[in-house]
Design a protein around this ligand. Structure first.
Ligand SMILES: NC(=O)c1ccc[n+]([C@@H]2O[C@H](COP(=O)([O-])OP(=O)(O)OC[C@H]3O[C@@H](n4cnc5c(N)ncnc54)[C@H](O)[C@@H]3O)[C@@H](O)[C@H]2O)c1
Ligand SMILES: N[C@@H](CCC(=O)N[C@@H](CSCO)C(=O)NCC(=O)O)C(=O)O
Ligand SMILES: [Zn+2]
Ligand SMILES: [Zn+2]
Length: 379
């Protein structure tokens, strides 16, 4: 049955309140308006940022909402004026938009785009500042401009990356966030050179993708730091050459790393979201040139600190969103790299479940053994 122009009723996991179990509801998804695209989401993974917003600690978290931002699907229908995708196209929704027209997009200095960001930060669509999701007339907020924990979602056209239709959607959904972010943190934000010594704090999906990116960039040593000893064996497969557990040392971890590296690393990456570790990651960098990249998302109210002397003496503190990748342009390129077996993706998927099992999937995410859990949306 043709669904174009019709309201679609489908299943979605709704976060009614912070920290309360998600509820699988019948949700009405309105047709896309001008500049919008309605997607059939086939697979979505869970990311720690979904858990963070669900926890209530995200200042942009609005409830009730439909979370989810690491997914892949097929275009169901498009609104007026949409020219770059059409029904049937295989796509990855992108929480970092790319309009190619705004001051940010044209700057050549950042992957951030301002066109829809204000609207996506308050859970609505840009056109009419309303949500396309409702349950019996009650609006449900969008999240990150993606809301992929729904069998159908509506996104802005500037937030849709069209990809190779031969790519397995159950795998490449991961390129919608974690893996892409880690690779890009190394390649775009830090620009790690061959021979560099790299420290990665936190060996979850993002940290492992940083290690993978650093290996590909020719790093000579990749030091993985995690408080869970079980992380090391797996991390070796992603390029980590040495493992340090801060719990095994009396000295501050930055001192341990400096002692191991004749004065500090060339690049460090914080992939946890812990502001005290962010300080350690900066301070384990080499005097004169060491650069530290913040990737982890810390809760509202948290602040970073260090002695300004750390920066005066040449260390550089940076951050990255979506690894600095331009979403619509470069996500298809990453999919192609995956198809050519130049980057890993399958290796990050430790579990697969269904939409109906989403609460159990979140429980798993907090266990050390789980990297990414992919949900099949239409079983
Ligand atoms: N900036 C971005 O664009 C972006 C994109 C995706 C994810 N993120 C954020 O990146 C972070 C990492 O995501 P993930 O999915 O890899 O998370 P994860 O929870 O799977 O990995 C975190 C790792 O850090 C370890 N850890 C926890 N506390 C530690 C400590 N004090 N010292 C050392 N290790 C410690 C854990 O054992 C775990 O292995 C999250 O904060 C997530 O929200 C940011
Ligand atoms: N709403 C949060 C910000 C969270 C955040 O920093 N998000 C990252 C992506 S995390 C993906 O897992 C990001 O891209 N930030 C840039 C942006 O949101 O424009 C808060 O306010 O704390
Ligand atoms: Zn994410
Ligand atoms: Zn833009």
């Amino acid at each position: 049955m043709a669904t174009q122009g019709q309201v679609i009723t489908c299943k979605a996991a709704v976060a009614w309140e912070p920290n309360k179990p998600l509820v699988i509801e019948d949700v009405q998804v309105a047709p896309p308006q001008a500049g919008e695209v309605r997607l059939k989401i086939l697979f979505t993974a869970l990311c720690h940022t979904d858990a963070y917003t669900w926890s209530g600690k995200d200042p942009e978290g609005l409830f009730p909402c439909i979370l989810g931002h690491e997914a892949a699907g097929i275009v169901e229908s498009v609104g007026e004026g949409v020219t770059e995708v059409q029904p049937g196209d295989h796509v990855i929704p992108c929480y970092t938009a790319e309009c190619r027209e705004c001051k940010f997009c044209k700057s050549g200095k950042t992957n951030l785009c301002s066109k829809v960001r204000e609207a996506t930060g308050v859970g609505v669509m840009l056109g009419d500042r309303k949500s396309r999701f409702s349950i019996n007339g009650t609006p449900i907020y969008h999240f990150m401009g993606t809301s992929t924990f729904s069998q159908y979602t509506v996104v802005h056209d500037v937030s849709v990356a069209k990809i190779d239709p031969k790519a397995p959607l159950e795998k490449v959904c991961l390129l919608g966030c974690g893996v892409t972010t880690g690779l890009g943190a190394v390649w775009n934000t830090a620009k790690v050179e061959p021979g560099s010594i790299v420290a990665v704090f936190g060996l979850g999906t993002v940290g492992l993708a940083v290690a993978e990116g650093a290996k590909a960039a020719g790093a000579s040593r990749i030091i993985g730091i995690d408080i869970d000893n079980n992380k090391f064996d797996r991390a070796k497969n992603f390029g980590v050459t040495e493992f340090v557990n801060p719990k095994d040392h009396q000295k501050p971890i930055q001192q341990v790393i400096m002692d191991l590296t004749d004065g500090g690393v060339d690049y460090s990456f914080e992939c946890i979201g812990n502001v005290s570790v962010m300080r350690s990651a900066l301070e384990c960098c080499h005097k004169g040139w060491g650069t530290s990249v913040i990737v982890g998302v810390a809760a509202a109210g948290q602040e970073i600190s260090t002695r300004p002397f750390q920066l005066v003496t040449g260390r550089v503190w940076k951050g990255t969103a979506f690894g600095g990748f331009k979403s619509r342009t470069q996500v298809p390129w990453l999919v192609d790299k995956y198809m050519k077996k130049e980057i890993k993706v399958d290796e990050y998927i430790t579990h697969t479940m269904t939409l109906g099992e989403i609460n159990e999937a979140f429980d798993l995410l907090h266990e050390g053994s789980c990297l990414r859990c992919v949900l099949e949306m239409h079983t």
